[in-house]
Ligand binder design. Sequence first.
Ligand code: MEV
Length: 321
Amino acid sequence: SAAPAPAPSAPGPDAHLGYGKIILMGEHSVVYGYHAIAAPIGLSVRAQVTRQASLREPVIADWDVDGSVREPIRADLSHRVAALIAARLGVSAAGLRVDVFSHLPRASGLGASAAFAVALIRAVADSFQITISDAEVSSLAFECEQIVHGTPSGIDNTVATFGRSVLFQKTDAPGGHTIRDIFTPHPIPIVIGLSGVQSLTAQTVGLVRSAWQRNPARYDAIFSQIDGLVLAGVDALRRGDIAELGELMNINQGLLNALQVSSPEIEALVAIARRAGALGAKLTGGGGGGAMIAIAEPGGTDPIISAMRSAGYTTYLTEIR
Ligand code: MEV
């Protein structure tokens, strides 16, 4: 369906943002109450809301960085998310025109759906002059993620809202969690590689869940092993020990492969990164395609980026700080 033109102007100072993220370690097991480390990346989603009384239904237009309109992956889900946000904020969804500007690749495990929800909540609240705390933004974005993901851990909406690195653990209450800040003595550069294969996190989370339901003891053992790696990873970060962090990430990748959420393209990218000197490389997010990350000593990322690019993959550079 054609979105109404023209594209609104560039981000203003009052931009309403949701932050994209990487999971450094602990995806999937985090859904079962184990720890995970996540960090924002320098890519975000911005939403702009204008009220047009003539609209009988909300209009959501999704703009690409080059100013072209992107076809939504699941327009029905975006509309359900917008309806939920309007309902929770006590406003009418009719009459809302939403323009969404995203720098985040979609269906790549980089948190685009949570970032969309956070940006939209902030933009709608602001448009009606409703004051909403970050904690409320995050918890409403969690409800939005339940529409898109089914059984999210809550890590994506947390980083999408707060935009900082955290050690995250889900608790028993719906949407409940504890977060601790991550400390590292110096920024650690991270290369993100896109497999080029879109993958919906809802799907891989569902596959892991059915495997776990068939054999809980077998899968709990893997989740708990990942948990140990994540906690060792927090220590390695605190010491700035990139070699140790890299080894932990490599083992985490092996266990994600054991959970059957890796893919041939991810394995290829991991091999390319390690051959080019990465100290650690693993998938990030939901897997099944999507994105992977590689770490190196500061100054060591260039060969990794060129090796991935010459093999035809898209890369981004970010850092944990
Ligand atoms: C997605 O970024 C991370 C997963 O663990 C799902 C979740 O935590 O909701 C795969």
